[in-house]
Design a protein around this ligand. Structure first.
Ligand code: KIV
Length: 264
């Protein structure tokens, strides 16, 4: 069986079919997600926090990402799989190319994701020109948590919002094929989604985005600590993991998730 590809994902945007994305880090969950109808699995560096128990995503290594991406690939057949490039693994273009190549060749990822705006534009260009599909990540950038002073909503002021729209267009122009937009006001999520042709996957970015992503353990209600406002405990609602995932997929596709209470 062949995996979903970028052409199909772009068609989903054009046809306004919402894209359901979840994170996963191992073969068993990868299998469950695929069978519940998830379109895309993100092997997020959130694994630093939810798998390794670290305080942030910063300690995650390329070896960690290759290992978990391989697990996810072995557990699935048809989902599209994106692997996160960890903190500082794309600090310069040469590093970015060799680390992204490992995620694809050894891990089996179909796309890599990296955080940042115009500052990573040249890197995105170099990667995509070499045949490595890139998902950009704007808004709240967890790898910059110390610079941002915490996990806060971004783009609330007019200048910040303008810059974010500009960055999204720049990243599309240099070859990014997808964009994750994290923790921004719903109105800005809508603006960015309309401004670019590539699929925009929101997390705390409102329900106008082309798709939604959540950290798997957040939406199962098992991440320790306070759940982010934009998440929802689908396991509490359904009582079983496959049913929880299927409910999430259904709610994303129907536009029921996120609700007004789950956005900014
Ligand atoms: O690492 C991750 O899981 C992510 C999502 C929060 C989008 O980047």
């Amino acid at each position: 069986m062949s995996r979903l590809n970028l052409t199909s994902l772009r068609k989903m945007k054009v046809e306004q079919n919402k894209i359901a994305v979840l994170t996963a880090y191992d073969a068993s969950f990868s299998h469950v997600l695929e069978h519940a109808g998830v379109d895309v699995i993100l092997v997020g560096d959130s694994l630093g926090m939810v798998i390794q128990g670290q305080e942030s995503t910063l300690p995650v290594t390329v070896d960690d990402m290759v290992y978990h991406t391989g697990n996810v690939i072995r557990g699935s057949e048809s989902v599209f799989v994106i692997a996160d490039m960890p903190f500082m693994s794309y600090a310069n273009t040469d590093q970015a190319v060799s680390n992204a190549a490992r995620l694809m060749a050894e891990g089996g990822a179909q796309m890599v994701k990296l955080e940042g705006g115009a500052v990573v534009a040249d890197t995105v260009k170099q990667l995509t020109e070499r045949g490595i599909p890139v998902c950009a990540h704007l808004g709240l950038l967890p790898q910059s948590v110390h610079r941002l002073g915490g996990y806060r909503v971004q783009g609330r002021d007019a200048g910040g919002a303008e810059q974010l729209v500009k960055d999204a267009k720049t990243l599309q122009d240099v070859g990014a094929d997808m964009l994750v937009l994290e923790c921004v006001p719903a109105e800005l999520g809508k603006r960015v989604t309309a401004a670019v042709d590539i699929p925009v996957i929101g997390i705390g970015a409102g329900n106008s985005c082309d798709g939604q992503v959540l950290v798997l353990y957040d939406m199962l209600g098992i991440t320790p600590g306070k759940r982010p406002r934009f998440s929802h405990d689908f396991l509490a609602e359904t009582g079983a993991i496959p049913a929880a995932i299927a409910q999430y997929v259904g709610d994303v596709k129907s536009g029921k998730f996120p609700t007004l209470d789950q956005q900014y």
